[in-house]
Design a protein around this ligand. Structure first.
Ligand code: PLP
Length: 236
């Protein structure tokens, strides 16, 4: 983790404010209430001190992509944080994951959903989950393709320990946020279709990162997952 953190930390507060202003501006352009968009600060590869600084700037939701990293940071960070898992979850990490994360954005198979449901029941927990969709059909990405998701949806919705809140996607990498727009529109359309067909409340759309969160907000994001714009470049 970063050894130059003290130099970086003084910027976290300003960056959080700048991100909030950009969220508010995107909401204004889209005619949306900023209260509908929740910021998840993605703190992977950044030290606990950076999380503490962002918490001090008013951020309450933090995202990590690895269970083990979150486990090691959690005791060193404020206890009132709401943790979100944004990365792929292996089945042998599910028990640790449900113990840490109130939200899991990356449910990417029926098999994983069943395991999560069983373990959550054993642990007496009811996590909030989002179903990850590979909208663009990239071979390198996790997530359901839309048609298999339709086929799995009825069983997913019947898993009684899971609060299925909506859908999540990661747009293909591009420098131009306009390239993401069509993928965000497709995720929202899929949500609307599934919500209608299965009479399900699927209020949330987790979409948008540092490079494209304003576009995502314009297209209906309710959760934006932002790392670099808050914490700076990730130390390797
Ligand atoms: C790392 C990560 C983010 C944040 O990425 P930035 O471009 O740094 O904002 C968001 N979502 C997921 C799933 C990630 O892995």
């Amino acid at each position: 983790m970063s050894k130059i953190f003290s130099k970086e930390s003084s910027y976290v507060d300003d960056r959080v404010q700048a991100v909030r202003e950009r969220i508010d501006a995107a909401c204004a352009r889209a005619g949306r209430d900023p209260g509908e968009v929740r910021l998840v600060a993605v703190s992977k590869n950044h030290p606990p001190e950076a999380i503490g600084a962002a918490r001090g700037a008013g951020v309450r939701r933090f995202g990590e992509n690895r269970v083990q990293e979150a486990r090691s940071k959690q005791p060193l960070t404020p206890s009132d944080i709401e943790w979100h898992l944004v990365g792929h979850l292996q089945r042998n990490k599910v028990r640790h994951a449900v113990g840490i994360f109130e939200w899991i954005h990356s449910v990417d198979s029926l098999d994983l959903a069943r395991t999560l449901n069983r373990v959550a029941a054993e642990e007496g927990l009811s996590p909030h989950v989002l179903i990850q969709v590979n909208v663009a059909g990239e071979a390198s990405k996790f997530g359901f393709r839309p048609e298999p998701l339709r086929e799995a949806m009825e069983e997913m919705l019947a898993l009684d320990r899971l609060n299925i809140e909506g859908l999540m996607t990661i747009a293909p990498y591009s420098r131009d946020p306009e390239d993401s727009r069509g993928h965000f529109v497709a995720l929202r359309a899929l949500r609307d279709t599934l919500a209608g067909e299965f009479a399900a409340g699927l209020p949330d759309l987790s979409m948008g990162m540092t490079g494209d969160f304003e576009t995502a907000i314009e297209e209906g994001a309710t959760l934006v997952r932002i790392g670099t714009a808050i914490f700076g470049e990730r130390p390797r």
